[in-house]
Design a protein around this ligand. Structure first.
Ligand SMILES: Cc1ncc(C[n+]2csc(CCOP(=O)(O)OP(=O)(O)O)c2C)c(N)n1
Length: 579
């Protein structure tokens, strides 16, 4: 049977058909839906781990226990999981193990544009790169076979265009794989130096065997057309090449590491001019040049996505200038939702002109005007440790005018380590944990603070306040983020302290708990003085009537969060149902 599936759904299906037993992942666009799709298969144990390092380690444990396992993440997640990955390469696997990494060329929702193919070379493990949904499913299945045959973790690389586009997929039955049992093999699994030295030799030999395998594998498709131009490509760029250069001969690679150099050299002999078309880093190109393959140079950008037109331009082909309807649309910058529980705290931070070391989540949008209350964003968890660095660099002085701002999921991911470090090293910083009980930014996945698991089963709900106190932090305050005056008061008090403080907000994400939505507010025109205090909340439900010079509330958007009446000094804002 055939079905049209997104790349992410196809990857989940591939895991199901391959007899996978355990999937442990951490959400991150564009990979998040894979694990959400996996949860429909009751044969697979699946979970949201607290971060990618933990997720991969869970998969390693499952592999050691003799079962097929997968761990999914976005590209930056692989940085967090890099530590186990590097040594997993040495141990190898028992049950097959796939790390699914989704890159984000063009950074539609990421803080950097790194090319994960470098990790395959770095860790000396094979990488498969599918180009459509059917291949995505098949490569996951083949990936498990390779993993077990060569005793290696396999990285399957997706990109946003693959993960989020849809194409036809041939569905097959699940194949139950015989469990291999817990492997007790000390020289293989205990990576003390004496054992690791031996395993490093194994890794180098494995890489040679994998290259040999790739040279004769069906991961390569050769399409011989005109002998003038030959193009080596893989993944999504393959489709751009096919459409832009139908006359060219194409060598499409499915396993992009280790490269099938022999097959590439054979292909090179069949064409006059040889090119590589790939997105992001010149990964294949650099490698082939080092191996002595003569390639023509193209002025290809190393940032952003390619497209059919971009490929045509590289070969000086005419492109048809289509009318772009998007150009006529008004600019809609991202914004926190109406009723977002983060808004009040950012209003207070802005009011006090505090320097905010930010983090990654919906609250990063606090950066934008009119709130303008985020001064740095590096990676998940960095806010807490950076605030500590800011504090220590100034002998405590800057701690009085700065805060760290972090969401609950990000806190559980890696913020927790930073906070423990600040507590242990007696810092003075003030850490604000915006606890909306959900991983908002990536699609509302539950986390250890939500109290439910990925499948909606009840689980323990971490008490962040008690956790902070267990670290030895004395000053832990919980505030209502819709009470701006209280937020300002607590911020003043805690930043003034020459001690570490934690402030926790206690309102749920509007999507995590719809019961908090109540009657909308409206503005009484005669009472509104046009002071703009409410518009400075940046709430999408509040707009400005330029003619009347007064604020307006769109009642279809308002969730009744009660924040705007609290900042209105003229009592002009009322709730429907009020007298
Ligand atoms: C290492 C890493 N993994 C995953 C992501 C994707 N990601 C961006 S924000 C975020 C979590 C946001 O949740 P939370 O901290 O609870 O804040 P909220 O969005 O709910 O405000 C995640 C997982 C990332 N940017 N980096």
């Amino acid at each position: 049977m055939k079905k049209v599936l997104s790349g992410n759904e196809a990857i989940a299906r591939g895991a199901y058909e391959a007899g996978v037993r355990v999937v442990s992942s951490y959400p991150g666009t564009p990979s998040s839906e894979i694990t959400d799709f996996v949860k429909q298969y009751k044969e697979i144990y699946c979970e949201w781990a607290v971060n990618e390092k933990v997720a991969v380690e869970v998969a390693i444990g499952a592999s050691l226990a003799g079962r097929r396992a997968m761990s999914c993440m976005k590209h930056v997640g692989l940085n967090v999981a890099a530590d186990p990955l590097m040594t997993l390469s040495y141990t190898g696997v028992n049950g097959g193990l796939i790390i699914l990494v989704a890159d984000d060329p063009n950074m539609f929702s990421s803080q950097n544009e790194q090319d994960s193919r470098n990790y395959a070379r770095f860790a000396k493990v094979p990488m498969l790169e599918p180009s459509d949904s059917n291949e995505a499913k098949e490569y996951v299945k083949k990936g498990f076979e390779i993993s077990e045959k060569f005793c290696t973790p396999v990285i399957v690389r997706s990109v946003t265009r693959l993960s989020h586009s849809m194409s036809a997929v041939e569905l097959n039955e699940r194949v139950e794989v015989e469990p291999k049992g817990l492997e007790n093999n000390i020289p293989k699994w205990v990576m003390v130096p004496a054992n690791a030295r031996q395993r490093h030799i194994f890794v180098e030999n494995r890489l040679k065997e994998l290259e040999h395998f790739n040279n004769s594998s069906d991961f390569i498709t050769e399409e011989i057309n005109d002998s003038e131009i030959g193009i080596i490509t893989s993944g999504i760029p393959y489709h751009y090449v096919k459409e832009a250069m139908p006359e060219a001969s194409i060598l499409k690679l499915g396993m992009v590491w280790p490269l099938p150099v022999e097959r590439i050299k054979e292909f090179a002999k069949k064409v006059k001019k040889l090119y590589v078309i790939e997105e992001l880093d010149p990964f294949i190109e650099t490698e082939l040049r080092a191996k002595g393959v003569k390639l023509r140079k193209l002025n290809r950008p190393v940032n952003g996505e390619l497209s059919v037109d971009a490929v045509k331009k590289l070969f000086r082909k005419k492109t048809v200038k289509a009318k772009n309807p998007i150009l006529n649309l008004p600019n809609r910058p991202p914004n926190m939702c109406p009723g977002c529980s983060h808004r009040g705290m950012f209003y207070a931070i802005n009011k006090l002109k505090l320097f905010a070391a930010g983090d990654i989540g919906c609250y990063t949008l606090g950066l934008l005007p009119p709130l303008s209350a985020i001064n740095s964003t590096v990676c998940m968890g960095a806010s807490v440790s950076m605030a500590h660095g800011i504090d220590r660099a100034s002998g405590g002085e800057y701690a009085k005018k700065s805060v760290a701002v972090i969401g609950d999921s990000t806190f559980f991911h890696t913020g927790i380590n930073g906070l423990l470090n600040s507590a242990y090293n007696k810092g003075f910083s003030t850490v604000i944990i915006l606890d909306n009980r959900i991983t908002g930014m990536t699609g509302h996945q539950p986390n250890p603070g939500t109290g439910i698991t990925i499948r909606g089963e009840e689980g323990p709900k971490v008490n962040i306040e008690m956790l902070c106190r267990a670290f030895g932090i004395k000053n832990v305050t919980t505030v209502d983020p819709f009470d701006v005056d209280e937020c300002v008061r607590v911020l003043k008090e805690e930043t003034a302290r020459e001690e570490l403080s934690v402030i926790i907000t206690n309102r749920p994400c509007i999507f995590a708990d719809r019961t908090v939505i109540t009657n909308p507010y409206y503005i009484k025109e005669d009472k509104c003085t046009g002071c703009t205090a409410c518009t400075r909340l940046g709430c999408p439900a509040i707009s400005w009537d330029a003619k009347k010079k007064k604020a307006l509330i769109d009642e279809t958007l308002c969730t009744g969060c009660s924040l705007c009446p609290k900042v209105c000094r003229f009592d002009a804002i009322f709730q429907r149902g009020d007298k």
